[in-house]
Ligand binder design. Structure first.
Ligand code: PMP
Length: 387
């Protein structure tokens, strides 16, 4: 039965698989014995390989051990966790912050603690699966508004807000699969007017957007105020873990109510220490972000010169519109043969009919990497066009 379903996924080009990485060096991954240029990393600043970040992880293992050995509220809160929470709150310009073992769990915990039966939650149509799952799990009335459409969001709240006790708006700041940015000034104003919580998932914007890399609120110059900022330690911060930053009372509430915080083991010391070191690099070495920006700019103009159909050109996430999942698989496989790892993204990760090649740039890419990758894209897409 399952075998048949799996065969069906294969026939439709929707079967999932992974590539096994044998070694990592800068922007290159060793896969199947060959060094490939990776355009698949979310470590936008390359900090997972930064010497101080790696050293901090090693030191934390020596001092605290390989695992936290307990839940945060039992015996698993180390001084490192508190130090990282204080640093994240300061970075995000909020009163407090709370760590979760992953970003997925941070979204689950935040949404389900703030809204429940009798409440309303409104989410962008292209929100990440963790936000969608959180909204569904909350048992609040869940309404989806068209992607980045603040007017439709406003209309939804106008219609429903009065009938609900609490309301929450959930949106990504920088969208993970589309690379575009939510119209946060308008959304924040709508949240204020309708007395709704606003949760901004800044998984991809943290360390990337804004003058100091604080994220999408800084990008727009919006004061954090009562806005809740979710983030992950697993992308620009080069580690693993999630967090929510916001007003002290909300963070204290999550500490008491978020089941994905309370009933799970604390973040391993090495992950916390690595993220803390990465945060310091972000604040102390703005040149990383400048390099990332320059790489993204060059890559976008290179792809545009090839005449490719880019879904967005606002960030280091640069997706190329293809449409059909089988076609995406073939393109990704031809690129792979040409030495470039650029994954095909298919439904249900993205809506039906919008399969794409998603490329992500990092500060680690050299000019030579990008020239080589561009040559591969030129050859593969030209061939696909002809055949
Ligand atoms: N939100 C978004 C927008 C993401 O892209 C991701 C990770 N893919 C998450 C949340 C979950 O973060 P984590 O990987 O830390 O669980």
């Amino acid at each position: 039965m399952l075998e048949k379903e799996l065969d069906g996924l294969s026939t439709r080009g929707l079967r999932r698989f992974w590539r096994s990485v044998e070694a990592v060096e800068g922007s290159r991954l060793k896969i199947g014995g060959r060094w490939m240029i990776s355009l698949a990393s979310n470590s936008y600043l390359g900090l997972h390989l930064h010497p101080r970040v790696k050293e901090a992880a090693r030191e934390a293992i020596d001092r605290f051990g390989a695992g936290a050995a307990s839940a945060r509220l039992i015996g698993g809160t180390f001084s490192l966790h508190e130090e990282l929470e204080a640093a994240l709150a300061q970075f995000k310009q909020t009163e407090a912050a709370l760590l979760f073992p992953t970003g997925y769990m941070a979204n689950l915990g935040a949404v389900t603690s703030l809204v429940g039966p009798g409440d309303l939650v409104a989410g962008d149509a292209l929100n990440h699966a963790s936000l969608i799952d959180a909204c569904r799990l909350s048992k609040a009335a869940f309404r989806v508004y068209p992607h980045r459409d603040a007017d439709r969001l406003d209309a939804c709240l106008k219609l429903r807000r009065k009938r609900c006790r609490n309301a929450l708006i959930a949106t990504e700041g920088l969208f993970s699969m589309d690379g575009d940015i939510a119209p946060l000034a308008g959304i924040a104003e709508i949240a204020r007017r309708h007395e709704a919580w606003l949760l901004v998932d800044d998984a991809h914007a943290t360390g990337v957007l804004g003058k100091s890399g604080r994220g999408s609120l800084e990008h727009f110059g919006i004061p954090p105020g009562r806005i809740l900022q979710m983030g992950t330690l697993s992308k620009a911060l080069g580690s693993l873990g999630g967090f929510v930053a916001g007003p002290r009372a909300v963070i204290e509430w999550l500490k008491n109510k978020a089941r994905s915080f309370v009933y799970t083991t604390a973040l391993p010391p090495a992950s916390a220490a690595a993220a803390l070191a990465a945060l310091r690099v972000i604040q102390g070495e703005p040149s990383c972000r400048a390099r990332l920006k320059e790489n993204a700019r060059n890559w976008i103009s290179g792809l545009k010169n090839l005449g490719l159909d880019l879904i967005s050109e606002e960030s280091p996430i640069v997706p190329i519109r293809v449409g059909d999942p089988q076609r995406v698989l073939k393109l990704a496989s031809d690129l792979f043969e040409a030495g470039v790892f650029a994954p095909g993204i298919r439904p249900p990760t993205v809506p039906k009919g919008t399969a794409r090649i998603r490329t992500s740039l990092t500060a680690l890419h050299s000019g030579e990497d990008l020239d080589q990758a561009l040559a591969a894209f030129r050859a593969v897409f030209a061939h696909a066009h002809r055949s």
